[in-house]
Design a protein around this ligand. Structure first.
Ligand SMILES: O=C(O)C(=O)CO
Length: 285
């Protein structure tokens, strides 16, 4: 088992993605389960995949579940359509989906802000047959500016993520440079400077990118990192990625943000998917 122990993890802050881990539990029970596993921080995809503006009672219940568990919400995806499912975002889709994304902007920012969440992830959306990519990109730029302003309102960064081609073949941001280009375009349009790259090492590895080069080149414009091993998108140590070395490289590159654990728990319960990380290193300092 690769050594992720304290001398290497000192100062690192881990956050558990409760949309891919602990999903065997009802949503409202997941923050407490993460706390029971030793974590003090968690992140989420948009939890209400059919509702860009969920009932306030549901939002209040989820907020209470985080607060009661003593778990910080560190990252939240905007409404992204059916995810888990075939969709990979709504902000670049014409018509109703773009309107649903716009309706979600305030709801997501308000919910995130109510929990002190500092990062909002705006998945770009899949290409749509019969729609000009340039039209989708124009819709995306307008919506990303609105999202960046909402993120700024709560003191958060806006994240732009590259996904892997194999599992998201219609998603246009399939490389670090492609995501960085959008980050730069949004920052140029808004002047806010709060758009950042979401460096998901699993997706980038699946695309065959040279991860040390990505880390060395893009850490300064990175607002969040997510990890899973490859192949398999499982816990560190279940694949062949040198994740301990890559995290050390991120340390040396000056990355001090959250490290999102966005991986599949495997055959066992999610609570058993953290043996690679000493319990003493799970709580954010
Ligand atoms: O769909 C995925 O794989 C994601 O990482 C969503 O944030």
């Amino acid at each position: 088992m690769t050594d992720f122990s304290t001398d290497q993890a000192a100062g690192r802050r881990y956050t558990v993605n409760l949309s891919i881990l602990f999903t065997e539990l009802p949503l409202l029970e997941r923050p407490a389960a993460a706390a029971a596993a030793g974590f003090t921080a968690a992140e989420l995809w948009w939890p209400w995949i059919d509702a860009p503006e969920p009932p306030s009672a549901e939002r209040d219940a989820l907020k209470g579940a985080f607060e009661d568990a003593g778990v910080r919400l560190t990252g939240l995806n905007f409404y992204a359509g059916r995810l888990p499912g075939p969709d990979r975002g709504a902000l670049s889709l014409p018509g109703e989906e773009s309107e649903r994304f716009r309706a979600n902007i305030a709801a997501a920012a308000d919910f995130a802000g109510s929990l002190g969440c500092g990062a909002l992830n705006a998945l770009y959306g899949n290409r749509v047959d019969g729609t000009d990519p340039a039209e989708q990109d124009a819709i995306a730029l307008t919506n990303l500016q609105l999202a960046a302003r909402a993120a700024d309102r709560i003191g958060a960064v806006l994240l732009i993520e590259a996904l892997n081609r194999a599992e998201s073949p219609r998603y246009p941001l399939a490389s670090a440079p492609a995501a960085i280009e959008v980050v730069d375009r949004v920052n140029a349009e808004t002047g806010l400077g709060n758009a950042r790259f979401l460096m998901d090492l699993y997706h980038l590895a699946m695309n065959g990118e040279d991860l040390p080069t990505v880390i060395d080149r893009y850490t300064p414009r990175t607002g969040h990192v997510q990890i899973a091993d490859n192949p398999g998108r499982g816990a560190p140590g279940t694949g062949s990625l040198p994740l301990a070395d890559l995290l050390r490289r991120l340390d040396k590159a000056g990355y001090g943000g959250w490290i999102g654990l966005e991986y599949k728990p495997g055959d066992g319960p999610s609570a058993a998917a953290f043996d690679w990380l000493p319990p003493a290193d799970r709580a954010a300092r």
